[in-house]
Write a protein that binds this ligand. Structure first.
Ligand code: FAD
Ligand code: MLT
Ligand code: ZN
Length: 477
């Protein structure tokens, strides 16, 4: 930023400093650096300033100041988003509003089954606060040590517990939100039943910072599930994994907590790049499933249920082998194979992420057909396919041909178009859980009907008539 720009911006910066204190308005490029590039490294922008308020009142002051000067605001939590929605564009005119200082657990009520938190509380800390009160906050993501509950709500995050507990929106009972003009909506009553009009909480869930800044939330808690039965299962195909899901549902019912898939390519990357990772099975397989049953201390039949599932699967040629966790350490090791895939693929090199969902019945045929299509677009391309198969959600994340990072970048539009076209043809969605952000804002609109896009734009205009909240994210400008 030049001195002359600084001079022009002084009134806004002064007001921001008055709102949150000098130390929490960052403009030095070294201080700002970590806030302007996303986890994937694909999106790197520039910020007019990074502002770090410590309370809802301070967020309201910051947003009101930005509203008065018509300055765009980019809300940011843990900056683990995978679609570039939490970082500014290249203009240098946007204020990044980081919730990182708002980390207070406001209340835990085990009997009501609720926890009330500031938006900047890290997901793992929400889980820990619930556990401290003898309850479970079930949401679980590979990024849970850094992502914030505000970011989870803003993206309607998924993860590995959706099969049993649902997406983030199903865990949200109420929100506190600073609106684009700086007013505060307090919707933190946390009632299970409240049929008094439009559901404003759900309007903000999944809005990716485009309608307001979430500053607090009331979330649902559940009984703890200290018992687990976990297996890493070799399966011949996606079709076999889907058939195994049916068997697992039949035997385990509501105890089925996790059902994740990974192809051999994904496992190979984890084995290559994650220190300490080892293949728990002797013979290689094209596909693997991580299956976990979870229950209360009184649920003693989980191991038997898992054994019955695996026995039936082997008999029906749906599984060739399985490693069953015999201790908490072995369970952690199996989970690390699944949770390490994103990180390992990032270390490997250029990656093109596709977070797609399809009707489960179409999943296997879709995944099978896609490989040859991509091979025609870019020979040698490596589909690293994994994810939440129990939810119909595959991370169809394509790695570059060996040594061909630039080729992948050049072919990216054609590869993504091929994938999105076939997802749309199969009545699927191009974003199952990561949101649209900057990466997919245009594609999101292109694959929706005009009526859907009109409705979304009408909501945006009604809440944010000046277009100040996260412009360019979710909806193309
Ligand atoms: P950020 O990245 O900071 O922001 C994400 C979006 O939310 C942006 O648009 C931002 O403007 C908006 N936002 C953030 N905070 C607020 C707020 N308080 N008010 C309004 N808007 C806000 N995601 C899944 O769904 N499932 C997974 O399994 C999963 N696994 C992951 C594994 C790894 C290794 C990584 C790096 C990411 C993974 N993610 C996953 C993606 C990411 O962690 C989630 O999208 C998460 O919800 C983002 O939270 P955050 O606090 O980091 O948000
Ligand atoms: C995961 O489930 O591990 C992530 O959502 C996938 C990703 O990083 O693309
Ligand atoms: Zn995921």
């Amino acid at each position: 930023m030049t001195d002359s720009t600084d001079h022009l911006l002084d009134p806004l910066l002064d007001r921001l400093r008055a709102a949150v204190g000098d130390a929490h308005v960052l403009t030095d490029p070294a201080d700002v650096a970590a806030f302007v590039v996303d986890w994937t490294g694909v999106h790197e922008g520039q910020a007019l300033a990074v502002v770090r308020p410590g309370s809802t009142a301070e967020v309201a002051d910051v947003v009101a100041a930005c509203h008065a000067t018509r300055t765009p605001v980019v809300p940011q939590g843990g900056n683990t988003g995978l679609v570039g929605g939490g970082v500014p564009d290249a203009s240098g005119t946007q204020v990044v509003l980081s919730l990182g200082r708002m980390r207070r657990v406001r209340d835990v009520d085990p009997v009501a089954g609720t926890i009330t938190v500031d938006a900047g509380v890290v997901l793992a800390d929400v889980q820990a606060a619930a556990a401290h009160a003898g309850r479970l906050f079930p949401m679980s993501l590979g990024s849970e040590g850094s992502c914030t509950i505000g970011g989870n709500l803003a993206t309607n995050a998924g993860g590995t517990a959706v099969l049993r507990y649902g997406m983030t929106r199903e865990l949200a009972l109420g929100l506190e939100v600073v609106l684009p003009d700086g007013r505060v909506w307090d919707g933190l009553r946390g009632l299970r039943k409240d049929n008094t009009g439009y559901d404003l909480t759900q309007l903000f869930v999944g809005s990716e910072g485009t309608l307001g800044v979430i500053t607090g939330a009331v979330l649902r808690l559940f009984p703890e599930t200290p018992r687990h039965a976990t297996a890493w299962v070799a399966v011949p195909s996606v079709a076999a994994a889907v058939a195994l899901l049916g068997i697992a549902q039949q035997h385990a019912g509501a105890h089925l907590a996790t059902f994740e898939i990974a192809n051999r390519q994904a496992l190979d990357l984890v084995l290559a790049h994650l220190p300490g990772a080892s293949d728990p099975l002797v013979a290689p397989s094209d596909w693997y499933v991580l299956v976990e049953l979870a229950g209360a201390a009184t649920d003693r039949g989980l191991d038997d249920a898992l054994e019955a599932i695996l026995g039936e699967a082997v008999e029906a040629d749906l599984a060739s082998d399985a490693a069953v966790a015999g201790s908490p350490a072995q369970r952690d090791a199996l989970w690390a194979l699944r949770e390490g895939i994103s990180e390992a693929q990032k270390v490997e090199g250029a990656t093109l992420k596709h977070d797609v969902t399809l009707p489960i019945a179409s999943l296997a045929a879709w995944a099978e057909a896609m490989g040859p299509v991509l091979e025609c677009v870019l020979p040698g391309v490596r589909p690293v396919t994994y994810g939440h198969v129990g939810d119909g959600n595959l991370h169809y994340n394509v790695s570059a041909p060996v040594g061909g990072d630039d080729d992948l970048r050049a072919a990216a539009p054609a590869l993504s178009a091929a994938i999105y076209d076939s997802v749309a043809a199969a009545d699927g969605s191009i974003s199952a859980e990561h949101g649209l952000g900057r990466t997919k804002a245009a594609a999101g609109a292109a694959y929706k009907s005009d009526v859907e896009v009109d409705l979304m734009r009408a909501l945006k205009r009604a809440l944010d008539p000046h277009g100040l909240m996260n412009p360019g994210v979710l909806l193309p400008e």
